[in-house]
Design a protein around this ligand. Structure first.
Ligand code: ADP
Ligand code: MG
Ligand code: MG
Length: 247
């Protein structure tokens, strides 16, 4: 599904990704862990096509397409979803309106008809229910005044509506209390655990992985994957710290 080969990328003229390679097959869940400043968010943003993240080498194939050639909206239409470490607030735009625009922009990119109001509401209710999110909450402006947990749950509702092939989730567990962590973990499983889908979870902690069991765990340090293993690697990292494992 995703084949990253020797990816190099600069942010503000500084090389952050220094030859990163990673292959993700359909049906797999991968976790990337690593110290602060390792380049984890940079990897997510580079794959999402965020302006200012300049690719200087390497290649990324996404389901047979050259991902790096696509505009960000084309990447979304192709089935890529990026969940942000820090979801943005958009005063003046309600979450339902935002979700409907996003869903229909994605459908347009695929040459599909837009959802009718009724179709959209049915879909939104279903996904909001998965994340135990009240529809009234989604009538409020995007993320404005939402708690950390509500922002992440709302983002998972968005993921459910967009129904991506590959979700890259950057520290979805940050700022979550224990209940929100479980709800988000179960939401990720309900939406993304399928033979034709895959997830790349970026996380500092084992706790999200208790709910969303990864098939592979990778350590990203100084812009490269320096170690890969199974779920036991996350436990070892938690126990011994990055320095001991990476050294
Ligand atoms: P992580 O998510 O692993 O904590 P990041 O990808 O956010 O790491 O950051 C990797 C490195 O890139 C850090 O040294 C950070 O300071 C630097 N960096 C990220 N964004 C910018 C930016 N906009 N301008 C300059 N440096 C940046
Ligand atoms: Mg960080
Ligand atoms: Mg980060």
């Amino acid at each position: 599904m995703l084949k990253i080969d020797n990816l190099q990328a600069n942010v503000a003229d500084k090389q952050i990704l220094k030859g990163l390679s990673l292959t993700i097959n359909p049906g797999e869940i991968h976790a990337i862990m690593g110290p602060n400043g390792a380049g984890k968010s940079t990897l997510g943003y580079t794959l999402g096509g965020r302006p200012g993240y300049e690719v200087t080498g390497g290649s990324v194939d996404f389901n047979g397409q050259d991902l790096l050639e696509l505009e960000p909206h084309e990447r979304a239409a192709a089935g890529l979803f990026l969940g942000f470490q820090y979801p943005v607030e958009i005063p003046g735009v309600s979450f339902v309106q935002f979700l409907r625009e996003a869903a229909n922009a994605q459908r347009k990119g695929r040459g599909e008809e837009p959802l009718s109001g009724g179709e959209f509401l049915k879909l939104a209710r279903e996904k909001a229910g998965l994340l135990r999110m009240d529809m009234d909450m989604l009538k409020r402006p995007v993320n404005v005044g939402f708690s950390g947990g509500e922002k992440k749950r709302a983002e998972m509702v968005q993921m459910g509506i967009l129904d991506p092939k590959l979700a890259i989730l950057d520290e979805t567990d940050s700022g979550l209390d224990i209940d929100a962590l479980r709800i988000c973990g179960e939401g990720i499983n309900a939406i993304m655990r399928a033979p034709d889908k895959a997830v790349l979870l970026i996380t500092h902690y084992q706790r999200l992985l208790d709910y969303v069991k990864p098939d592979f765990v990778h350590v990203l340090a100084a812009g490269r994957i320096v170690r890969s293993g199974g779920p036991e690697l996350a436990l070892q990292l938690e126990e011994e710290g990055y320095e001991a494992v990476v050294a």
